[in-house]
Design a protein around this ligand. Structure first.
Ligand SMILES: C[S@@+](CC[C@H](N)C(=O)[O-])C[C@H]1O[C@@H](n2cnc3c(N)ncnc32)[C@H](O)[C@@H]1O
Length: 243
């Protein structure tokens, strides 16, 4: 599984939203910016700003990839729930597909708030709510259930997205804007993206769904795409707040 490719695909879903929110948060005039859970650098390496860039992640392997792609950023291995930065240092602190993977997301949000300057910005760009996933045609509903179950087994909080704004509120962050993004549906994917999507599905499901069942779903998915009847909706939420 090529995780950087996957993160780059997910980054494409939020490109317009990121451009808008970073502009609103004053990225071009910021002095220092932190991505919490920066992974392989899919977002960090794309930032156009004179600001000092910082990235933090738990995973040393992901950070090695990030070091190569975002060579101008200062990277640190650490835990989002206990950020190794002084209070009030960053103009913008953001995350992208992170909080669903954290056992105590509120702790991480409190930490993001702590390290951000007064009047600074906190951005959570994309947190999905798999509990409301919808697959069409209906025969593909089982695929949705399996994938959601696989995410649970991997430790994801599958309903985090729906609680995102409430968590910001509980952390005492003043919400400026929140809402849902439209993520790319399979019928709109080009063949390369679809192949990547299926590489993720096959890796997620291997070991607990029989191979023939997975291949059956892949075939149904391919047929529905060809007919133009395939849709997939995973409500995915963002929140923008100020300290
Ligand atoms: C889905 S990836 C997203 C990476 C990046 N934000 C992006 O969108 O390309 C989630 C990342 O969060 C990191 N992560 C998970 N739990 C973490 C924690 N408690 N502290 C810091 N990073 C964490 C993982 O190692 C992984 O790199």
């Amino acid at each position: 599984m090529n995780w950087h490719e996957r993160y780059t695909q997910q980054a494409a879903w939020t490109r317009d939203l990121r451009e808008y929110l970073f502009r609103q948060a004053g990225l071009s005039g910021a002095n220092s910016v932190l991505e919490v859970g920066c992974g392989t650098g899919a977002i960090l390496s794309s930032l156009q700003t004179p600001a000092a860039l910082h990235g933090l992640d738990l995973d040393a392997g992901a950070l090695a990839g990030c070091r190569f792609r975002a060579s101008n950023a200062r990277l640190t291995r650490g835990d989002a729930r206990d950020l190794p930065y002084r209070s009030g240092g960053f103009d913008i602190t953001y995350c992208h597909f992170l909080l669903l993977w954290i056992k105590e997301p509120l702790k991480a949000i409190f930490e993001m708030k702590r390290v951000t300057k007064p009047k600074g910005h906190i951005l959570a760009f994309a947190e999905p709510d798999y509990t409301s996933r919808e697959d069409q045609p209906g025969q593909l509903a089982a695929l949705g259930k399996w994938q959601t179950e696989a995410l649970k087994r991997q430790g994801a909080d599958i309903g985090l997205g729906e609680r995102l704004a409430g968590l910001f509120h509980r952390a005492g962050i003043q919400i400026v804007e929140t809402g849902a993004i439209q993520r790319r549906s399979p019928e709109a994917m080009d063949p390369g993206e679809w192949k990547n999507e299926w590489a993720v599905i096959e890796s997620d499901l291997s070991g607990f769904v029989p191979r023939e069942e997975i291949q059956k779903m892949k075939h149904l998915d391919e047929e529905a795409r060809a007919r133009g009847t395939r849709t997939l909706n995973v409500p995915t939420y963002f929140a923008w707040g100020q300290v």
